[in-house]
Design a binder for this molecule. Structure first.
Ligand code: 3PY
Ligand code: MG
Length: 245
């Protein structure tokens, strides 16, 4: 599966991502200005264009996780998971009893504003939520086996940028030590039958990690994709239309 992060409060960009064929889009509240009020409309656009709406919360907070799911996100991405206790808290906040203790309110968009039968809503919400935790620190690596033992964590997502910083190599996401740490996470997760995700910003890295067994590939960011397209256009226009040399 492939999908970009989104920082723009633009339902049009979300529709374009869907029509282009991306599988999911992650509305990012950790880095960027998006509000829940904007994201509710982005979720609508995602549903209309067939791209799965996912929200990245800015911290591991039951209140933020339930707000994201209440507005209709199909999944949550929660940053900086470093221990079994944190992974358990994330899993508990994401599903209703008996799988967890997500806060209950059916006067929300996810429950069709009460139009959906309450028992059906609670069952379906727990069955369908996609729960993703980001491992992006030395502590997360050290506690990986315990984190992977937590039921209800569907995808273990490696954050290459924060991980590179935690390893003392800020931004060097292709450094041998960063790559081998990431590879170890992929192997350990797959031995446990867990899905793995990571972030890339180019196709070569996407292929590298897909070949390594990563199934959930978050590909670039809406603003970066728009920048690349505009920059390529400007470069081509100048090369074609202005005198060279
Ligand atoms: C990171 O690389 O730190 C991430 O969180 C990926 O988006
Ligand atoms: Mg990160």
């Amino acid at each position: 599966m492939f999908g970009p992060f989104a920082k723009l409060a633009s339902p049009q960009i979300v529709e374009i991502a869907g029509f282009a064929g991306f599988d999911f889009m992650i509305f990012d509240t950790e880095h960027g200005p998006l509000s829940f009020e904007s994201i509710e409309n982005l979720v609508r656009a995602a549903e209309l264009s067939g791209v799965a709406p996912i929200v990245r919360t800015y911290e591991n907070s039951p209140a933020l996780i339930s707000r994201a799911l209440d507005i209709g996100a199909q999944g949550v991405v929660v940053p900086h998971i470093t221990s079994r206790a944190e992974a358990e808290e994330l899993a508990r906040a994401s599903r209703f009893f008996p799988h967890g203790e997500r806060g209950v309110c059916r006067f929300v968009r996810a429950a069709g504003f009460t139009s959906v039968d309450r028992f059906e809503y609670m069952r379906r919400a727990s069955d369908e939520a996609l729960i993703i935790g980001i491992i992006e620190s030395k502590d997360g690596l050290a506690n990986l086996d315990e984190i992977l033992s937590v039921e209800g964590l569907d995808v273990v997502f490696i954050g290459p940028y924060d991980l590179s910083q935690s390893l003392g190599l800020p931004g060097q996401v292709r450094h041998e030590q960063v790559l081998s740490s990431m590879q170890a996470v992929v192997e350990q997760a797959r031995r446990r039958g867990r899905s793995v995700g990571t972030f890339v910003d180019n196709v070569a890295d996407a292929k590298y990690w897909a070949d390594a067994g990563v199934q959930f590939i978050s590909f670039s960011v809406d603003v970066g994709i728009v920048y690349e397209a505009m920059k390529a256009s400007v470069d081509q226009l100048k090369a074609a239309c202005l005198p060279q040399g």
